[in-house]
Design a protein around this ligand. Structure first.
Ligand SMILES: Nc1ncnc2c1ncn2[C@@H]1O[C@H](COP(=O)(O)OP(=O)(O)OP(=O)(O)O)[C@@H](O)[C@H]1O
Ligand SMILES: [Mg+2]
Length: 259
């Protein structure tokens, strides 16, 4: 199987400081890959570099686009701005930790879901509204609240709205930075359930950042463990968590094992 996304020796620095360094991995279609590590380990830097929201300093990044053309592997680091934006609009999603950063807060819930559809060419108002209504239900929001502003929804509901906004166009690859952080534990559990259902039914490829091993265990097929900007261990979720090899992973796992 061809990887959807391939990173080799990807590096991003802030001045002299390490953001992330020398990261290599392949992400396959339908796979959920978690990036775990403590605060400051470089998770967000890596995610943003992969999602082309930050420019890499070194390394390579290739993507098997649905519309690949002659060479079906896109060299992402050489992509023009317009093509980058097209890719983000048509094939990728990005779910922010804080839903306020990923929603348009001045327009209704329905418009938040409908806008990305219009951005990929949908024009029929009734159909857009129908789709928005369906997606409200799909993320377990009360569809009768479609005309309310995001601010009228709770934090967990806003996060589900952000997820609907990101999935409505049928992306192939979704980036998520700590999507369940900052939510109550019970709300987190429900959101995790929803994410698990959506990723498997939609056969999504997902790169998800979390410092929460529990989130990783529940969602991820594979893990990458980061420390000080580098990946210190990677592998199948169960293998890494049940039999961690690197001392840092051992500490990370033993500090959060359920009693
Ligand atoms: N804009 C920036 N300018 C300078 N240094 C930065 C910037 N963003 C991050 N860093 C540094 O890069 C390193 C990695 O930060 P990053 O935000 O990627 O970590 P993280 O694993 O996402 O942490 P957290 O779990 O707290 O979100 C840290 O040393 C951080 O101080
Ligand atoms: Mg972060």
């Amino acid at each position: 199987m061809t990887p959807l996304l391939s990173a080799r020796a990807l590096t991003k620095q802030y001045g002299g400081r390490n953001g992330c360094r020398n990261v290599s991995f392949d992400l396959y279609p339908g796979e959920v890959l978690c990036i775990v590590g403590e605060s400051g380990s470089g998770k967000s830097t890596l995610l943003n570099t992969l999602a082309l929201r930050m420019s890499a300093d070194a390394g390579t990044l290739h993507y098997a686009s649905a519309h690949g053309g002659m060479d079906d592997r896109l060299d992402l680091l050489a992509l023009s701005e317009p093509r980058k934006r097209l890719l983000m609009r048509t094939e990728w999603g990005f779910v922010q930790q804080n839903p306020r950063d990923g929603l348009r807060n001045g327009v209704s819930a329905g418009a938040n879901i409908g806008e990305p559809l219009m951005a990929v060419g949908a024009r029929h108002y009734g159909k857009i509204r129908d789709t928005a209504t369906q997606w409200m239900s799909r993320v377990e929001l009360d569809a009768s609240r479609i005309d309310e502003l995001p601010s009228a929804f709770s934090g967990g509901m806003q996060q589900r709205l952000q997820i609907a906004r990101n999935l409505v166009t049928g992306p192939r690859l979704v980036f998520m930075d700590e999507p369940t952080a900052g939510l109550d534990v019970s709300v987190q559990a429900r959101l995790l359930d929803l994410l698990r259902t959506l990723t498997s039914t939609l056969h999504l490829s997902v790169l998800i950042v979390t410092h929460d091993i529990g989130v990783a265990r529940l969602l991820a097929h594979r893990l990458m463990v980061m420390q000080g900007g580098e990946v210190v261990e990677a592998g199948l979720t169960d293998q890494v968590l049940d039999d961690p090899q690197h001392p840092y992973t051992q500490t990370l796992v033993s500090s959060v094992l359920p009693v």
